[in-house]
Design a protein around this ligand. Structure first.
Ligand code: PEP
Length: 232
């Protein structure tokens, strides 16, 4: 049975004080019978304090991005080595905002996945189709192709999580139905199993895109969708 994940991508929101306040509130509200992994992805500048803050709680911390190089002349970038040192367990890779605004190609995503594994981080690989791709190629083709590209070319695969996030649903209030999320998750899982084996096929697949309190239950109830990635 795959353990569910509820992850929050805080994007460029929440200063140091807001980060601490939110984490305190979250810790206070965690139910005693919590049966999911809770992951928060604050901004880089608040990662270290957030990781310290949640150290003895069931919450773990993710970075929103990382650079694929170990170190070097990459002004403004952060390497996986730094992230793992400060207590990060996960790292979001290939979020559509990175693909869109920072020209992150499938090759870059693949290199970042390799670098994440090298540093003991679990990549949460974000995949999803734009509205145009949805209309011309259907819902599964692009997320499946992006998943295969991210996982190809590695000698062995480490642990990973896939986040299916249709670009047309991110921050727009338009949400895929749980049935659509299930169909795409199934297609992604089938492709992973066929290309990389049954063990990798048991990796967790999340849905993200305008998930709110009033629609989250439908996704969490699904046997195919292993949790949610929530932004706004
Ligand atoms: C995201 O950015 O990963 C996301 C899912 O955003 P939102 O919940 O705002 O659609």
């Amino acid at each position: 049975m795959r353990h569910k994940i509820v992850a929050g991508n805080w994007k460029m929101h929440k200063n140091a004080e807001e980060t601490e306040d939110f984490l305190n509130e979250l810790i206070d509200q965690l139910p005693d019978d919590l049966n999911a992994e809770i992951i928060v992805a604050p901004t880089f500048v608040n990662l270290a304090s957030a990781a310290d803050h949640v150290e003895f709680t069931p919450i773990t911390v993710a970075a929103q991005n990382m650079h694929q190089a170990e170190s070097g002349a990459y002004t403004g970038e952060i390497s996986g080595a730094f992230l793992s040192k400060l207590g990060c367990k996960f790292v979001l890779i290939g979020h559509s905002e990175r693909r869109q605004y920072h020209s992150e190609s499938d090759e870059v995503v693949q290199a970042k996945v390799a670098a994440a594994w090298k540093h003991g981080l679990v990549p949460i690989i974000c995949v999803g189709e734009t509205l145009e791709e949805l209309e011309t190629q259907g819902q599964s083709a692009v997320p499946v192709a992006q998943t295969i590209a991210a996982l190809s070319g590695h000698e062995t695969l480490g642990e990973f999580v896939i986040a299916y996030e249709p670009v047309w649903a991110i921050g727009t209030g338009k949400v895929a139905t749980p049935q659509e999320a299930e169909e795409v998750s199934k297609a992604i899982r089938k492709a992973i199993t066929e290309n990389f084996g049954a063990e990798s096929g048991q990796s967790r697949i999340l849905y993200g895109g305008s998930v709110k309190a009033n629609n989250v239950a439908g996704f969490l109830a699904s046997g195919e969708v292993d949790g949610v990635l929530v932004g706004g």
